[in-house]
Design a protein. Structure first.
Length: 264
């Protein structure tokens, strides 16, 4: 049975890197057609996926892929010791009444840009997102550095710094001066909350300062993301691919502990 990495039609640098890593290990790679999946085989392959969530919904069913993703309420359910700020998942209508300044983002998808708003009245979202849709709100903080980590079974498989003070600033985690601190924080998080995330997932963490914080700040979780729709930045593509394959692979191979994280 052949192993296949199916890529969404929209190409990206990450898709190209993952495709190269997949071919190096003998996998077939295909770019899914925009006009349907009728010509793709539904049997005789072990299919995996990388790409956006909207296209994934149709591709996953046709190819028998189970998409794993963190729960919408994962971040706001974390202990304050790991978030360093108060995060709430509320209906969009409630977020519109929030006093500001306030940080607002979608819980897991990228349906609208995460941003700081003067108050909830300034919140603008695309048509089709109704007042009952969940959004995350939190107080405004400063992220001194942010890292993207590909986790497999609760351990860092590979990672990359991707931002400093909100601006793109990319560097591999391996050999980074903050690597020991990042790994220590993730070990503590995994020890307390490993069962609250899929076994293959992307975790963003960072060094955070509150508005009134004059010290060095604290390590905290930024958010968790679907590995099958995350930029690898300067991480090792081959190691990142291990996590992507776990997060979006054959539905028949989903582990019992991951069943509740399947995208519905």
């Amino acid at each position: 049975m052949a192993d296949l990495l199916a890529l969404a039609p929209h190409r990206s640098t990450t898709a190209t890197l993952l495709a190269g890593a997949a071919r190096e290990r003998g996998m077939d790679v295909t770019i899914l057609p925009r006009d349907g999946l009728r010509d793709l085989p539904a049997s005789g392959i072990r299919a995996h996926y990388y790409g956006g969530p909207h296209f994934a919904d149709s591709a996953a069913d046709r190819l028998g892929i189970a998409l794993l993703e963190p729960g919408d309420g994962w971040l706001d359910a974390l202990p304050y010791a790991f978030t360093g700020r108060h995060v709430r998942c509320v209906p969009l209508g409630e977020a519109r009444r929030a006093p500001g300044p306030v940080f607002v983002k979608p819980p897991t998808d990228k349906s609208f840009p995460a941003a700081v708003y003067a108050d909830g009245n300034d919140l603008r979202v695309p048509a089709g997102i109704h007042d009952g849709s969940p959004v995350q709100i939190s107080e405004v903080v400063t992220w001194v550095k942010e890292f993207r980590l590909h986790l497999l079974d609760g351990e860092i498989r590979t990672g990359s710094q991707y931002a400093a003070f909100g601006r793109l600033d990319v560097a591999p985690l391996a050999g980074h001066t903050d690597e020991p601190a990042v790994r220590d924080f993730v070990r503590r998080l995994a020890g307390a909350c490993a069962d609250t995330l899929p076994s293959g997932v992307v975790l963003d963490v960072g060094l955070m300062r509150q508005a009134d914080d004059a010290g060095d700040g604290q390590w905290a979780v930024v958010e968790a993301n679907m590995a099958w729709f995350s930029n690898v930045y300067a991480a090792d593509p081959a190691r990142a691919l291990d996590v992507v394959l776990r997060s979006a692979g054959p539905g028949t191979a989903v582990r019992e502990r991951d069943a509740r994280f399947r995208r519905s």
